[in-house]
Design a protein around this ligand. Structure first.
Ligand code: ATP
Ligand code: LTN
Length: 328
């Protein structure tokens, strides 16, 4: 029986090399093995923190074009924008009424993003319920996400199980599919934290839109230790280990092969290599990206995705309404 996989990324900043390696590439691999795949732009999730409306509007389309440029096949994958589906927030309200305040407030991401702040939005608290709706409206089987999102998929399972118990079989119980492959890409300037698209210092983050010189310069400037050996050791050598991770994914060589290849080379030579392979890969992707933008194909892809997913969400909304009794 065919299984459905689904994932989304939120447009809170421009896509980074971290998103590419940690989320987009694993998704592309799964695209080969599954024949029913959904990928969307979680723009409603981005609104939980303020976004400049003009920037957000353009960025949503940039995300879609970048998905395709990276290798997501629009003929195979259903690509859509979350906010174009008005049934999603409608279902989400009903699920919110079946979620406990205690469980939502225990989410690690909520605790981290609200810590020390007085005025954060209620949306930051209900964020995982909207995510649950993204997953449940279309009966997704597997949800590929990074380790940080696993707790949200577990909450989704709890909400779905509770709803099914109370109102009868309505939702499929999804399974989180952790895609990290041991590669959490770190910030180049501070290799103890993850490379993040909403990070303010651009020098530690490689954007998917950076040009060749910028990428080479950023990698040259990456923080490394004062030792001289190119060895993978995340604790003692987080900077070099991060560069080894990047180089390994991009070049397709194993970490051990790279360690051998650079055994008697210095950090400068190694950084030049990592900069070169990374810049070449992003240059290829950017060429495709420009072609897609110029082709005018995006609207066709998105219309198709919206039509298919709205139909599914409308049916699920109808079922949910019948189950809870809000129906004439
Ligand atoms: P934000 O800065 O707004 O929190 P982010 O760049 O950290 O955003 P998310 O939108 O939360 O990323 O994540 C999108 C997907 O990319 C998730 O599946 C997440 O696990 C993955 N991801 C994000 N950053 C990295 C990283 N540095 N290395 C590997 N995977 C990552
Ligand atoms: N919360 C996720 C983005 C996201 C998502 C989803 C991922 C929103 N809805 C549904 C998987 C399934 C994030 O921050 N990466």
């Amino acid at each position: 029986m065919s299984k459905r996989i689904l994932t989304g990324l939120k447009p809170t900043g421009e896509l980074t090399l971290g998103n590419y390696i940690g989320a987009i590439l694993p998704f592309i691999e799964m695209q080969k093995d599954f024949d029913d795949v959904f990928l969307f732009v979680a723009d409603l999730h981005a609104l939980t923190v303020y976004q400049d409306p003009k920037v957000l509007r353009d960025r949503i389309k940039r995300f879609v074009a970048m998905y395709v440029a990276c290798g997501v096949d629009p003929e195979k994958t259903t690509i859509y924008i979350q906010s174009e589906n008005e049934y999603i927030p409608a279902i989400s309200w009903i699920l919110e009424c079946n979620t406990y305040y205690g469980e939502a407030s225990r989410m690690i991401q909520f605790k981290e993003k609200s810590k020390g702040k007085e005025n954060f939005s209620v949306g930051l608290l209900t964020y995982p319920v909207l995510m649950a709706t993204d997953i449940l409206f279309c009966d997704a089987d597997y949800v590929p996400v990074g380790e940080d999102q696993k707790q949200h998929v577990e909450l989704t399972r709890d909400i779905a199980e509770r709803f099914n118990r109370l109102y009868g079989e309505t939702f499929k119980i999804p399974i989180p599919y952790i895609t990290e492959r041991g590669t959490k890409i770190k910030d180049l300037k501070d290799p103890t934290k993850k490379m993040s698209k909403s990070e303010e210092n651009p020098n530690g983050v490689i954007s998917m839109y950076d040009d060749k010189n910028t990428i080479i310069k950023k990698i040259k400037g990456a923080t490394t230790d004062s030792d001289m050996t190119i060895k993978f050791d995340e604790e003692k050598k987080p900077g070099i280990s991060n560069l080894l991770n990047i180089a390994s994914v991009i070049s397709g060589k194993s970490i051990e092969e790279l360690e051998k290849e650079f055994a008697d080379k210095n950090y400068g030579e190694f950084k030049s290599y990592v900069g070169e392979v990374t810049a070449n890969r992003l240059e290829e992707i950017q060429k495709k990206y420009n072609d897609i933008i110029a082709s005018g194909e995006l609207d066709r892809i998105l219309d198709k995705g919206a039509e298919k997913t709205r139909k599914l969400a409308k049916e699920k909304f109808q079922t949910v309404k019948e189950k809870v009794g809000t129906i004439r």
